[in-house]
Each structure stands twice: as C-alpha cells, then as structure tokens.
Design a protein around this ligand. Structure first.
Ligand SMILES: Cc1cc2nc3c(=O)[nH]c(=O)nc-3n(C[C@H](O)[C@H](O)[C@H](O)COP(=O)(O)OP(=O)(O)OC[C@H]3O[C@@H](n4cnc5c(N)ncnc54)[C@H](O)[C@@H]3O)c2cc1C
Length: 445
C-alpha cells in the first residue's frame, strides 16, 4: 500500500500494532515532545503531513515546565553565533539560525501562540505571566489544531531501518515501544534531547539510536552544570551570592568570559555565571582550563584604585563595604594579607596578592554535579552527519534530528530553547516537504 502524507486509509495510529498484527505505517513520527519535537510536529502538521508525536512522559514538555527557575526563559532578546558551541561547522550553524530569525521566533510565540512575553534587564525573555504552562499549552493546542496525534506515556526503545529506501511506497523505519509494540514510519524526527535532568524523560536514547544506526556521536558531557570545587574551604561560603565576572583560560589564552550572578554552594559554585562557564571545565580534554573570578566584575585596576583610596582604614573594613563578610575573610586568607591592617600600611606585595585574589581569583574545579542537575548536554550527534538545509541524516534518508540531541549547545539565557525551536521547526518543515515530494514521485523500479 502506498502511504502518502495525507492518506486517510491507514488504520488509526492509536491502534498500535502488537508484534503479530499488521503494522500501522505513519508518514512522520516525531520522537520526543520537548521543545524541539513539539515544534517539529507542529510545523510538519501545518505543512500537511500526518504526524504522530510520541513521548515517554505522561505530560509533554517536562523540561519547559521546569525551565528558567520555573518561569521558562523562552528566548534571549539578542543572539549571536558566538553564543552557541559545536564541534561542527559554524557555517552550518549560521545557516540553521538564518532559517528563522530571532524576531520571527519571538513573533511566533507572541502572535501565533498568543503568549505575551517580557524582556528582563538580563536580556532574558520570559512569558509575561512567568508561567511556563502558557508555552506548553500554546504549543499543544497549536499541535492539536494542526492535526498532530500526540501519544504521551509511550517510550520508544529501538529505532530500526527497514525496507528499501529507494522505494517511495515502503516504510523506512520501525519503532519498537516498551512492551514490544511496533510502529512503522516513512520518516522520523529524533528529538529526544540529551542526558540532562533525566527525570524529565531525556535519558540519552537518541544518542544510542544514532550510534546503532552508524552515525557519529561526539562524547557527551554535562554543560550548564553546577561545579564542585577542588578546595573545600569555598564550601564555608555556601549561600553567599554576588555579582562576578568569570574568565576561562587555557594557559595564558583567554577562552571566554561571562558576567552576572554567582552563588557559592556547599560543594562549590553555581548561579548563572558558574553554569555558563562550566562547559569549559566539564568538556572532554578540559583538564588544563582554569577559571578565575573578578569579584563584582571589577578588574585589577579598579580594585587597586579602591585599595589605594582606603588610606587609614583597614583592609577588611573597606572590602566589607562592597563584598559579603565571609568572602572577605576567605579572600584575605587566600592573599595572606593582614585583614586588620590599614590599607596604607600594606606592603606592595601584600597589595598585589590581594588585588589578584579580588580580580583574578582562581576557582579550582574538581568536578561537576553531573546530568542530574545540568541544564544541557554538550556533545551529541555530529553536525556533519546532517544536511544543514534539512537536518536530515546524510546517510539515512527520512531520518531528521532536532534540539539537544545534536552537537549544539548555547549559553545560559534562552539560547538553548532558541536552538530547539529553530532546529525543530526546520526538521519538521523539511520532513513534511520530503514526504510531499515522495508521494508524487513514481515508485522506483
Ligand atoms: C532545570 C533546567 C532549566 C532550564 N532552563 C532553560 C531556560 O530557561 N532557557 C533555555 O533556553 N534552556 C533551558 N534549559 C535547557 C532546555 O530545557 C533544553 O535545551 C531544551 O529543553 C532541549 O529541548 P529538546 O526538545 O531538544 O529536549 P528535551 O526538552 O529534553 O525533550 C526531549 C523529549 O524527548 C522525550 N524522549 C526522550 N527519549 C524518548 C524515547 N525513547 N521515547 C519517547 N520520548 C522520549 C523526553 O521525555 C523529552 O520530553 C533548561 C534545562 C534544565 C534541565
């Protein structure tokens, strides 16, 4: 039986096939109803494809619901290519983002889904209501209106290639569900996310499936993850938070810097800046990378000026005016400076050591809190395995990828959702168009 995107003659997808029954063939199955999968399903559905969206969790969009501290930082207000990281081609990345400019993504949420958005001082964009359910419900309603069939609470355990790929009338993929039921598909969008926060349903299935299909998957690692300090003494500052600029160095070479809020935890460092910079020390081969902090974001010249202006006041007295008390005690100890001494009486070396502790304070890292708390997964399916224009696997016609499962991560601040929205839409549109073309092409042979 020839299966076309609009075919209404197939059995309903909800009559899932048991292994012994005739198999249902779905034109497009999207695996994973997270940010990327919801967009892929929605845009494919709107483009006329019959879409089944399968999701492990009983409720789709689990990560959207907990994101942004429970408020969903849905987008950044500005984005540059430099805000994203991949081992693949930056040109490829540029082309994917060019397909749906940020202003249009924002208009999609505001005008198409009808979710009012607000931009905060940090440049992050949130729903005006601070309620992530508006985003999830908006997407689910739009999917339903586009005819997408959602099947939540069903986990795919295997994805296999079947049939002869050149025959337009044959399904190309077989999905096996937990419990053994099978489903056949003409095309598949794999949008299963990474390994981070596995309780939201992303347990690395996409990486395993891609490897099993012979695709290259870069080593994965927790990114945007709280860090564990190599020096337990920082743990005494647990709960202290302040503004900071953190820089990452490989030797003398500065790799990156990030400024904003920073939080000491019992085991180390967290808060937006620590998370943002974490990938430099959690990625494979990052052993040589050193993080240093400039407290309050002041550079050495600024701290030097403040210390020199202190005159007859004590070191601790001046520093406590701008820095938390417990941090002052720690920095003075680190610098081996006499905290009670008048600033004017510090030796040049003591002042130099103090300035270093204030403007370039080493944050030695012994590890990270892992996928349990990481916001995203670095590494993943190599970008050069996909055709940039469609996000279809070069070697497997009909298989598309979107979102975190690919080797792309963004800074903290809405960039990871931006990637998920843009790549999801792109994969969905491309899959729907290819199905249309396949339906009109005469069967080969
Ligand atoms: C605590 C936290 C807060 C975050 N806050 C923000 C933020 O404010 N802004 C931002 O930009 N980013 C944020 N992120 C990152 C962002 O959530 C992710 O980058 C984004 O959700 C990735 O989208 P995705 O669709 O690729 O993957 P996911 O959102 O992980 O979705 C993948 C989906 O696939 C499903 N799935 C997986 N395997 C299977 C299977 N075998 N069968 C069926 N279904 C399957 C999963 O259940 C899941 O629903 C946050 C992440 C975390 C963990």
């Amino acid at each position: 039986m020839a299966v076309t995107p609009d075919s209404s003659s197939e059995p309903s997808a909800s009559q899932r096939s048991a292994p012994s029954e005739p198999l249902v063939v779905i034109p497009l199955v999207v695996i994973g109803a997270g940010a990327a999968g919801l967009l892929a399903a929605l845009f494919a559905g709107r483009a006329g494809a019959r879409v089944v969206l399968v999701e492990t969790r009983p409720k789709p969009g689990a990560k959207i619901r907990v994101s942004g501290g429970g408020r969903c930082n849905v987008l950044p207000s500005q984005a540059e290519l430099e805000d994203f990281f991949t081992a693949g081609s930056r040109n490829a990345l540029r082309n994917v983002f060019a397909s749906w400019p940020l202003a249009e993504v924002r208009a999609f949420f505001e005008q198409d889904l009808g979710v009012a958005l607000k931009v905060e001082d940090t440049g992050k964009v949130f729903p005006a209501s601070d309620d992530p359910r508006e985003i999830v419900d908006g997407l689910l309603n739009a999917c339903a209106a586009a005819g997408v069939e959602l099947r939540a609470g069903e986990r795919v355990v295997a994805l296999r290639r079947i049939g002869s790929p050149e025959r337009a009338d044959e399904p190309r993929f077989e999905l096996e569900f937990e419990g053994g039921a099978l489903l056949r598909a003409q095309s598949v969008v794999l949008a299963t996310g990474g390994l981070s926060l596995p309780k939201t349903g992303s347990d690395g299935f996409g990486f395993e499936a891609a490897r099993a299909l012979g695709l290259r998957v870069h080593t994965t690692y927790p990114a945007l993850a709280p860090l564990i300090s190599a020096d337990p003494a920082w743990g005494e500052l647990a709960g202290v938070s302040l503004r900071v600029e953190v820089r990452a160095y490989a030797g003398d070479k500065e790799l990156d810097r990030s400024a904003g809020d920073f939080l000491f935890t019992h085991r180390g460092f967290s808060g937006p800046v620590a998370l943002d910079m974490s990938r430099h020390v959690t990625a494979p081969g990052a052993e040589q990378v050193q993080l240093v902090a400039a407290w309050l974001g002041f550079d050495a010249a600024e701290w030097e000026k403040r210390l020199l202006a202190g005159g007859s006041r004590s070191v601790e007295g001046v520093l406590r005016e701008v820095l938390p008390r417990r941090l002052v005690a720690r920095l003075v100890a680190l610098a081996q400076a006499p905290g009670g001494r008048k600033l004017a009486e510090l030796t040049r070396d003591e002042r130099k050591r103090l300035v270093r502790a204030l403007a370039a304070c080493p944050l030695a890292v012994a590890g990270n809190e892992g996928y349990r708390t990481a916001e995203v997964t670095g590494g993943g399916i190599a970008l050069d395995e996909v055709v940039t224009k469609t996000l279809e696997a070069r070697s497997i016609p009909g298989l598309y990828f979107a979102g975190e499962v690919l080797d792309v991560i963004g800074r903290i601040g809405g960039f990871n959702f931006l990637w998920a929205w843009v790549s999801g839409r792109k994969a969905g549109l491309a899959a729907a168009q290819a199905l249309r073309e396949r339906a009109v092409a005469p069967p080969a042979g």
